[in-house]
Write a protein that binds this ligand. Structure first.
Ligand code: NDP
Length: 275
């Protein structure tokens, strides 16, 4: 079943489920992308730093789907922040993808100490106005940076892609998103399997006859996030797509909410500045 779409604050929409290309090997990215699209995924999440944008674009062409049926995301890496550098980085990404526009362009990390994210955001606004990115957003931004770019430019990001999984639920950031009409997109949604064996996940898996991974991905869907799991196995891709013919009960959602420990798998966005 095709994933439902979430409305974006710019009048466009985004599939609620996609697949991610982080750590997908360069040599197999095109085939993984084409396979995922043939299975029914319609959102491909990539980034310049993943080093596999050429395969991402090739996979989309190989799938045979019309370009407009696929939602393509890429991200501007930290070393390319700043107005002019970001414009050039986006053009380089489009060239590697072999596309004339992406559906969503994100600032990968805020790098607050570099203090270039505001100029970077201004470049994304320019790229959107020029049609090189149909929607623009950010990744790993926290309240202070979101507040600043909105106040300074009057343009609210359509999406903030952040680490979310049952152990790191980010309730206050998600409430900020809800107040501003920003779609939350969950990265590392399976949280390295750290909550697969917990009682709430096991109980929901038993009742629904689904795997722990499916229960957790369904939890993301029901909190209203867009979610981008990665699997390099065809069986994994299939399993992670199969989320739309069952639901978690309110009691199961409440039980999973108790797993939040504020524990990250990835870096702390307040400190991560790697080029
Ligand atoms: P995920 O949470 O998607 O987990 C991927 C891991 O889980 C892989 O080891 C995969 O192994 C395994 N897995 C996948 N499906 C299943 C399943 N059904 N059952 C059991 N194990 C499974 O992690 P990622 O870190 O890749 O995050 C997803 C995407 O988010 C990335 O690919 C990237 O696009 C994005 N991302 C964005 C970041 C950002 O800063 N904006 C940071 C990190 C990620 P196998 O391949 O063997 O199935």
């Amino acid at each position: 079943m095709t994933a439902p779409r979430l409305a974006l604050n710019d009048g466009r929409s985004i599939p609620q489920l996609g697949f991610g290309l982080w750590q997908v090997p360069v040599g197999t990215t095109a085939e993984t992308t084409a396979t995922a699209l043939r299975l029914g995924y319609r959102l491909v999440d990539g980034a310049a730093i993943y080093g596999n944008e050429a395969g991402q674009g090739e996979g989309i062409r190989r799938s045979g789907l019309p370009r407009d049926d696929v939602f393509v995301t890429t991200k501007v890496w930290n070393s390319e922040q700043g107005f002019d550098k970001t414009l050039r980085a986006a053009e380089a990404s489009l060239k590697r993808l072999g596309l004339d526009h992406v559906d969503l362009l994100l600032i990968h990390w805020p790098c607050p100490r570099k203090d270039l994210y505001l100029d970077t955001w201004r470049a994304l606004v320019r790229l959107r106005d020029e049609g090189r990115a149909l929607s623009i957003g950010v990744s790993n931004f926290q309240d202070p940076q979101l507040t600043r770019i909105i106040a300074e430019t009057g343009v609210t990001p359509a999406v903030n892609q952040v680490e979310i999984n049952p152990r790191l639920q980010q309730p206050s950031l998600r409430a900020f998103h809800a107040r501003h009409g920003i779609v939350t997109q969950s990265w590392t949604p399976l949280g390295q399997g750290r909550s697969f064996a917990t009682a709430p996940v096991q109980a929901a898996a038993k009742r629904t006859g689904r795997s722990p991974a499916q229960v957790i991905l369904r939890w993301h869907i029901q909190i209203g996030a867009s979610v981008i799991p990665r699997s390099t196995r065809e069986a994994g891709l299939r399993e992670n797509l199969d989320l739309f013919d069952f639901a978690l009960s309110e009691a199961e959602m409440t039980a999973i909410a108790t797993l939040d420990e504020g524990l990250r798998c990835g870096p702390d966005p307040a400190r991560f500045e790697m080029d």
